[in-house]
Design a protein around this ligand. Structure first.
Ligand SMILES: Nc1ncnc2c1ncn2[C@@H]1O[C@H](COP(=O)(O)OP(=O)(O)OP(=O)(O)O)[C@@H](O)[C@H]1O
Ligand SMILES: [Mg+2]
Length: 491
């Protein structure tokens, strides 16, 4: 049964985004269960499947967040938006700072704030710290987990303190608290310190603000106080200065150019704007802006994910939320462990992720372990394979599965006694036969992925890809196949 687009309410999951011919299509429901595209460099990922899906997503009126790894991506999206009549919905985040988002204010000014507030800010700082560590692999000198945990602990207590004191959280304030914290037990009793230190002052304010509060909140305060009055001052000098250095390195990019204006001033764009159809392009490509580009993209990504997860489906089942996409070409620059957690629940909040990358290894390099990769890929149901080489092909072949094939083999042979001189008239003994048997074979052999068309003049501007969509079957003559070979036109 084909369901006509016209008869469906707006953003109905059965809305067809792309017609794949032969009665097959890619629907909104498929977009919501996530897509990932694999293919070697220059295999046609971007100009083939990515463009094909993007046109469908844009034409359907989705909002979205586009992370940028390459310089040309913003221009490409401008073109795609123009061609689908969506250019008025574009919001470009760039180094000039025309569009700004103070995520700390955004997070702490939420009226419906629950216990998640400090967790979200701290998690965001962890993501930024991860991006910095990734950009500086030689730093740390081993024992990375110890330093990451120590920094996380410092961040948690830094963020909790003003929240408990009910004062606005900002990066400069966090920096002030950290640099005015007592570094010895003597200092804790020093009158001058008590009078001048921001840390001491905010500790008093938090004490006052929580004295009659819910016991849970008061317990949080006691924990925080213990950190600032016992744990932090008793750290060995060397350890403390290393943690503080890591903190300074973490905060610095966010409070200096070009990011200060983007994240630490006022706000004129928020992730929720995508829910009204805006398409936010984070045009600080990693290729050009390096760590600052990654940080910007990751901050936007995390805040967008949090915003989507907070979204509620309308109670009335007759109407549907406007779906929003999270787009990551060269996704190895942007993946983090939170993505699979997000993707697992994003569907019901109308979140549609699209990740493009070369191969499985490029994800493994960043996520560090196989479980994290499996979990992410398990949550991106639609997998599109462009021309590729290496382990990803084996992985894809296994994913598509195997089937029993009737194999008919013929053999013919002859034997003769070699000790006798061969005589033309002497036939020896001959045998010939046909044997039939069943063999387990891949639907698509790993080698088949190596020869898919890669676009460009050489391939008539055609890009071929093998599409697997979480168990969908595609009719092929009398057979049903768990995949479909699709040819995309680059032009
Ligand atoms: N619109 C187009 N018309 C013709 N050829 C194109 C077009 N876009 C890209 N190409 C060419 O097609 C090939 C595939 O390009 P594409 O950028 O889509 O690959 P990709 O898999 O995204 O590569 P990468 O991993 O480098 O991003 C390249 O040789 C490219 O030069
Ligand atoms: Mg590309």
């Amino acid at each position: 049964m084909t369901i006509g687009k016209k008869n469906l309410p707006e953003f109905h999951p059965q809305t067809v985004l792309r017609d794949w011919g032969d009665g097959h299509s890619f629907r909104l429901a498929d977009a919501q269960t996530g897509v990932c595209v694999f293919g070697a460099t220059g295999s046609g990922k971007t100009s083939g499947p990515a463009k094909h899906l993007a046109y469908g997503y844009l034409a359907a009126g989705m909002g979205g967040l586009v992370m940028c790894a390459k310089k040309e991506e913003a221009i490409q999206w401008q073109k795609w938006a123009q061609e689908t009549g969506r250019e008025d919905d574009l919001v470009i985040i760039d180094a000039k700072g025309t569009n700004r988002f103070n995520f700390m204010n955004w997070e702490s000014e939420r009226p419906e704030e629950g216990g998640g507030l400090s967790i979200n800010i701290v998690h965001l700082l962890d993501e930024v710290a991860g991006a910095i560590a990734e950009g500086d692999k030689n730093a740390g000198g081993g024992n990375e987990k110890f330093w990451a945990d120590a920094l996380h602990n410092l961040n948690s207590n830094l963020v909790d303190l003003p929240i408990l004191a009910k004062i606005p959280v900002s990066l400069p304030l966090l920096r002030e608290i950290a640099s005015s914290a007592a570094i010895s037990f003597e200092q804790l009793n020093d009158e001058a310190w008590k009078k001048e230190s921001a840390c001491a002052r905010i500790l008093r304010e938090a004490d006052l603000a929580t004295v009659d509060a819910d016991p849970e909140v008061r317990a949080d305060f006691e924990e925080c106080k213990k950190y600032w009055e016992k744990d932090f001052p008793s750290l060995a000098e060397e350890t403390r200065s290393s943690i503080m250095l890591n903190f300074t390195v973490l905060i610095r990019p966010l409070v200096t150019r070009p990011l200060r204006k983007l994240f630490s001033s006022d706000t004129n764009v928020t992730p929720e704007d995508t829910f009204a159809g805006k398409i936010i392009i984070v045009n600080l490509p990693v290729q050009e802006f390096r760590v600052a580009g990654r940080i910007t993209n990751l901050c936007w990504k995390y805040c967008f994910q949090v915003a989507v997860l907070r979204r509620m489906q309308p109670v009335n089942r007759e109407s549907f939320l406007r779906p929003v996409f999270l787009w990551a070409d060269e996704a190895q620059n942007f993946v983090s462990k939170f993505d699979s957690e997000y993707q697992a629940v994003a569907r019901s909040a109308g979140g549609c992720s699209v990740y493009l990358t070369q191969n499985i290894e490029s994800l493994r390099r960043v996520l560090k372990n196989d479980d994290a990769v499996d979990s992410l890929l398990g949550n991106l149901q639609c997998k599109i394979f462009c021309q590729n080489a290496g382990n990803t092909n084996e992985w894809a072949a296994k994913l598509l599965g195997q089937r029993w094939l009737n194999i008919t083999s013929t053999n013919a042979g002859s034997s003769r006694n070699e000790s006798m001189p061969a005589m033309p008239q002497q036939p020896g003994s001959h045998n010939a036969g046909v044997s039939r048997g069943e063999q387990l074979r891949f639907f698509v052999e790993p080698s088949a992925f190596t020869t898919l068309k890669r676009g460009g003049e050489q391939h008539g501007f055609q890009v071929e890809a093998i599409v697997y969509n979480g168990g969908h079957l595609y009719a092929n003559g009398k057979e049903s196949l768990p995949y479909k070979l699709i040819t995309f036109n680059q032009r």
